[in-house]
Design a protein around this ligand. Structure first.
Ligand code: AMP
Length: 420
């Protein structure tokens, strides 16, 4: 299937070609026609599936079909859980809408930065507003935005917004919207809370599920190195240097731990920066930009900060510590192997994390290969490997993870992985 069969206008097809996409991803081929027809949408899709273009393209198509009122009311409202995701969705709107004529205006607003410049930018009116819920309500309260002309509402990463405690804000925002509108909801998981939210929100939605919840776990090569906790940082430096990893996203469980590790990496001449909730928005944005531009080799992040950041085709993800919630492991490793490319997820696991490891293996439904590096062996013996283990890894063996060329960062094709 090609993009040209989906019913999108020429200026949008031009932007798609410029982005280097040749074929729609599974979610795009299903979502685009449905949204163009004006249906509500309930989509189970994680970051990395191409969901952003899946909703942005048809929304822009519909917007550009009708003339704008003189004072440009907000006609599309996109809510996201984090500042990073808001910024990225905003970039997508600008990129895909680049050739529309007349140009549509879009803005991005989020907390953690001054509100006044945002109020100024909204003054001339915007067609598309991308916002985090808290800041949007602040702007509503200051009469800087009106939502009574919204035609389409998008809730992106709805599960994460609920996890972050935004449900009340979301309900308040929904109450300010016109009753008749189009609603699109994207979520990686479907908890009872999400179901409750969708029941009152969506009218006869088209339901799309493009990947089973844990697909990332199947696409990504996963390795556990058992190691004593104090040696983790040194082992990480060794892995990065010996395997010549060029772009590594490292997860730590605390902000403090992220800072400490970043310092250590920089001391051994591995350029790194940390990104977490205590960092200013400016520091986060510049760390992300430096990482994307290849100036930084390692980005050390906590789960909340990393969620939603769009770094296409990331080859290596490292769990410096295992996450407490097994589902977060799946989210983390979903940062690699994106858009059908292979990826590698390495976890450095110390004795106190063995039970967390078991829970993760239970969730992903398969054992993870265990390895040790000579000189970094864990003094406590790792639990016996589950019997179904496909490839043997003998404790104490001196083994390096397979090398993987870091030059594969071209725009990849999406691997078709929709459910039959
Ligand atoms: P998303 O799931 O929206 O975060 O998108 C994941 C990544 O895939 C982004 O870097 C997009 O630029 C990229 N992408 C989106 N659609 C396509 C496509 N049809 N072909 C190749 N890459 C795409």
């Amino acid at each position: 299937m090609s993009f040209s069969t989906l019913g999108l206008s020429d200026p949008l097809l031009r932007a798609i070609a410029e982005a280097g996409y040749t074929r729609p991803s599974p979610i795009q081929s299903q979502a685009i026609p449905a949204v163009l027809k004006g249906h509500d949408l309930l989509a189970a899709a994680q970051t990395g599936t191409g969901k952003t273009a899946g909703f942005t393209l048809p929304i822009l198509h519909r917007l550009s079909e009708k003339s704008y009122g003189a004072n440009r009311p907000i006609r599309v409202l996109i809510l996201t859980p984090t500042r990073e995701l808001a910024a990225q969705v905003g970039e997508s709107v600008a990129k895909y809408g680049a050739h529309l004529h007349p140009r549509l205006k879009s803005e991005v607003v989020f907390g953690g930065v001054k509100i006044n410049p945002q109020m100024m930018r909204l003054r001339g009116g915007v067609d598309v507003l991308v916002a985090t819920p808290g800041r949007l309500l602040d702007l509503v309260n200051q009469n800087a935005v009106k939502l009574d002309k919204v035609e389409t509402l998008v809730l992106d990463e709805a599960d994460r917004m609920l996890d972050m405690g935004f449900i009340r804000d979301i309900r308040k925002i929904i109450a300010l919207l016109p009753k008749k509108r189009q609603n699109l909801l994207f979520s990686a998981t479907f908890s009872d809370d999400i179901r409750k939210l969708t029941t009152g929100l969506l009218v006869n939605p088209v339901k799309i599920e493009v990947a089973p919840r844990n697909t990332a776990a199947e696409l990504v090569e996963q390795i556990v190195y058992t190691v004593n906790k104090p040696q983790k940082a040194e082992l990480l430096c060794r892995l990065i240097k010996e395997n010549d990893w060029r772009q590594v996203l490292v997860f730590t469980s605390t902000k403090h731990g992220a800072n400490r590790l970043t310092e250590k990496l920089n001391k051994t001449d591995i350029k790194a920066a940390a990104i977490h909730g205590n960092k200013s928005q400016g520091a986060r944005t510049s760390a992300l930009a430096g990482f994307k531009a290849g100036e930084l080799r390692v980005l050390v992040a906590t789960d909340v900060a990393a969620r939603g950041i769009d770094i296409a085709l990331l080859p290596h993800v490292v769990n410096f510590e295992l996450p407490r919630a097994p589902a977060d492991y799946v989210h983390r490793i979903g940062r690699t192997g994106r858009a059908g490319e292979e990826g590698q997820a390495v976890s450095l696991v110390s004795h106190d994390e063995y039970s967390a490891l078991r829970l993760i293996e239970k969730l992903i439904g398969k054992p993870i290969k265990r390895e040790q590096i000579a000189g970094f062996e864990a003094s406590e013996v790792a639990p016996p490997e589950p019997p179904a283990k496909p490839r043997g890894a003998r404790p104490g063996r001196n083994s390096n993870p397979p090398r993987r060329p870091s030059s594969t960062q071209s725009k990849g094709q999406f691997q078709a992985r929709s459910r039959a």
